[in-house]
Design a protein around this ligand. Structure first.
Ligand code: DGL
Length: 270
């Protein structure tokens, strides 16, 4: 592995761009290759076996593009395929998921928490990945997890910080399971786009974790420890989706602070 090789980032769609955006803000000299598997979106409703198979195919694509690191910027894929991707990739690239950094961050920095909410896809919540990780670190912690399956498709369709997103979000957050929280984990890489609505719903009394930043800082530490931080003066980025839709280019720009062009590339074709 060499420092100037790109970081590969993948998600089931365009949600992982929230992580890609934070990674570039923390590591502006990195080359990025982003892959959104919009053809198979949403992963949150797929079986573990399917998610593992897609994740391994995408990892092969990112390895063939010369990536030094593969970031699984999807909680559903992190919950279902992290171990399988690590085993498959071996020492060819550094594999990072998005659940470990958040669990690690809470363990290290948030000692006074008593009750933590977790919202994500069905796959992520059913896996109990956050619950198990957080409880292992602090058995006293109360975890209130709930699946909010409509949120990712709503955001993927561009309903963000508008009337529709506020009504749907409020409907979920009104559930008794999501009351009386000290902090809330947005366990889906799409949700940072509606973080403002969520914070406002709780009257700014709940610490809604900034997961893209937590993930970016974790990757910076991991790459730094391996001497793999890029110093490329003019880095290049490529953004692929396995299936382009009419609204994608416009919607995906909401996720990313620099102008960029999405390209369709169906790696599953042959
Ligand atoms: N971005 C995915 C995640 O973090 C959610 C969307 C999906 O269901 O594929 O879980």
């Amino acid at each position: 592995m060499k420092a100037d090789q790109p970081i590969g980032i993948f998600d089931s769609g365009i949600g992982g761009l929230t992580a890609a955006n934070a990674i570039l803000q923390h590591l502006p000299q990195e080359n990025l290759i982003y892959f959104g598997d919009s053809l198979h979106f949403p992963y949150g409703e797929k079986t573990e076996e399917s998610i593992r198979a897609y994740s391994i195919q995408i990892s092969d694509f990112l390895l063939s593009a010369g990536c030094k690191s593969i970031v699984i910027a999807c909680n559903s894929a992190s919950a279902s395929a992290f171990e399988a991707v690590k085993a498959h990739v071996g020492n060819r690239a550094l594999v990072v998921d998005v659940i470990t950094p958040t669990v690690y961050y809470i363990e290290k920095h948030l000692h006074d928490l008593k009750t933590v909410g977790v919202i994500g896809t069905r796959r992520t919540i059913e896996s109990k990945a956050y619950e198990l990780g957080l409880k292992a670190a602090n058995p006293e912690l109360q975890i209130k997890a709930m699946a909010t399956p409509l949120l990712a498709p709503m955001i993927e369709e561009g309903f963000v910080a508008d009337e529709v997103s506020r009504i749907v979000t409020k409907k979920y957050l009104n559930h008794p399971q999501l009351q009386h929280l000290d902090a809330l984990i947005l366990a889906c890489t799409h949700y940072p786009l509606i973080k403002g609505d969520i914070e406002a719903y709780y009257n700014y009394q709940v610490d809604v974790l900034d997961t893209p930043t937590v993930i970016a800082e974790y990757i910076k530490d991991k790459l730094g420890a391996k001497g793999l931080l890029s110093t490329t003066p003019q880095p290049e980025h490529h953004f692929y989706v396995s299936k382009m839709t009419d609204t994608f280019q416009h919607t995906s720009q909401l996720f990313f602070s620099q102008p960029f062009q999405l390209q369709e590339h169906n790696i599953f074709e042959d």
